[in-house]
Design a binder for this molecule. Structure first.
Ligand SMILES: Nc1ncnc2c1ncn2[C@@H]1O[C@H](COP(=O)(O)OP(=O)(O)OP(=O)(O)O)[C@@H](O)[C@H]1O
Length: 373
């Protein structure tokens, strides 16, 4: 539904040049809720503003609903833009107009007649749970209610696509949850495609089907949220499920196990310990519900070096679990120089740090040969 190809935006001021977007290829499927994450200055706002051409890209193309926008005439672009709603962080409501008056703005701009406007405004307010507040003024509303007005206004021209620019960043956690639930309901009811930008991992966790991580104007990782979760090298997954950095003792093998769905119900840790008579130490675990399914990661230390644990590791993989050997604190010979081995010190486990500032870590760079073991 949304496709950007080679999207690049360079801001030139008198004394400097900033590349806010650098060759961004984004693919958002129809009906999807797609989250773009990144720390401040990563280029998220520029990206969302380029998708509806509020900002003209320096190069590259933007397609929405199969139409390439960058080549359109001004009037054709205006018509296409009507089918793209936008929701803002700070609501951007007119304080001098009541709720109904604010929701009516895009309908007035589109030349919709008075009677139809009234009907449509009532329908939209009902849709966002604000029937009965039509005559209230923005100053009389809570933050969540203001954002509901902002969403109703964005839906005025029956858009196919909704762009949300940090739509919940100004809201408390409970209100955030209710606005996210509303967006999800609207997607189901109206068949919307939603592209949202956020710096909150919880937003992605609770409603996004897919996500991309931006850094310095580039997309450094993207994919469906559930696929990202099962990629041991995924930064987004690590940030969603930070595990405490507990140091195992020497002479142990550290495993990272990713599981989802039915696998979460398996008592694999106790079975492993019983069947193979191996000491298992749980270093950290995180389980979450993403897209209605349980997913999670667990970091285990097995007593003994990798060679001692080949059979138990094989057992875990046979259970359908994704198992990665993160670290082996005793065996240097077996790792072929590719696994991180800490000699005589605390192992260099990745910290549960700020998700958006932690650099990519090779902590789970598993030797492919070991995976086959
Ligand atoms: N109009 C502009 N003129 C010059 N530089 C700009 C302009 N707009 C954005 N930038 C720069 O482009 C880069 C990306 O900014 P952008 O606002 O897209 O990032 P962001 O990820 O949305 O950050 P934030 O979450 O803080 O809004 C930043 O370095 C910013 O200073």
């Amino acid at each position: 539904m949304i496709r950007t190809t080679g999207l690049t935006k360079v801001f030139r001021t008198r004394d400097r040049e900033v590349t806010a977007l650098d060759d961004v290829d984004l693919r958002v499927a129809e009906g999807e809720i797609f989250g773009v994450l990144g720390r401040s200055g990563a280029g998220k706002s520029t990206l969302i503003r380029c998708v509806n051409l509020l900002e003209r890209p320096t190069s590259g193309t933007v397609e929405v609903g199969g139409r390439e926008l960058t080549g359109l005439s001004a009037s054709a672009l205006r018509a296409e833009r009507r089918r793209i709603g936008m929701v803002f962080q700070h609501f951007n409501l007119l304080s001098s107009r009541d709720v109904a008056g604010n929701v009516a703005v895009p309908l007035e701009v589109a030349g919709v007649g008075r009677r139809e406007r009234k009907r449509k405004v009532a329908e939209l307010l009902d849709l966002v749970g604000l029937a009965g507040h039509a005559n209230a003024y923005p100053a009389q509303l809570s933050g969540g209610q203001k954002q509901r007005v902002g969403i109703a206004r964005a839906l005025g021209n029956d858009p196919r696509v909704l762009l949300c620019d940090e739509a919940t960043s100004a809201l408390d956690p409970e209100t955030t949850r209710s606005i996210l639930a509303l967006l999800k309901d609207l997607r189901a009811e109206l068949g919307l495609t939603i592209l949202l930008i956020t710096h909150e991992m919880d937003v992605v966790k609770s409603i996004c089907d897919s996500a991309a991580l931006m850094e310095d104007g580039r997309v450094v990782e993207s994919g469906s949220v559930t696929d990202l979760l099962t990629r041991p090298d995924s930064r987004l997954a690590r940030d969603m499920f930070p595990l405490a950095a507990t140091a195992p003792g020497r002479g142990s093998t550290v495993l990272e196990i990713t599981f989802r769905g039915a696998e979460t119900a398996q008592p694999f840790v106790s079975t492993l310990a019983r069947t193979y008579n191996v000491d298992v130490n749980i270093l950290g675990a995180a389980v979450e519900t993403v897209g209605g399914r349980q997913v999670g990661r667990m970091r285990l230390a097995l007593d003994g070096v990798f060679e001692d644990n080949v059979v138990p590791i094989g057992y875990l993989r046979e259970q359908g679990l994704q198992v990665d050997v993160v670290q082996d604190t005793g065996s240097a010979a077996a790792n072929g120089g590719r696994l991180h081995v800490v000699e005589g010190g605390a192992p260099d486990l990745d910290e549960p740090a700020d998700p958006l500032t932690t650099p990519a870590t090779p902590a789970t760079a598993v030797d492919a040969a070991r995976k086959e073991a």
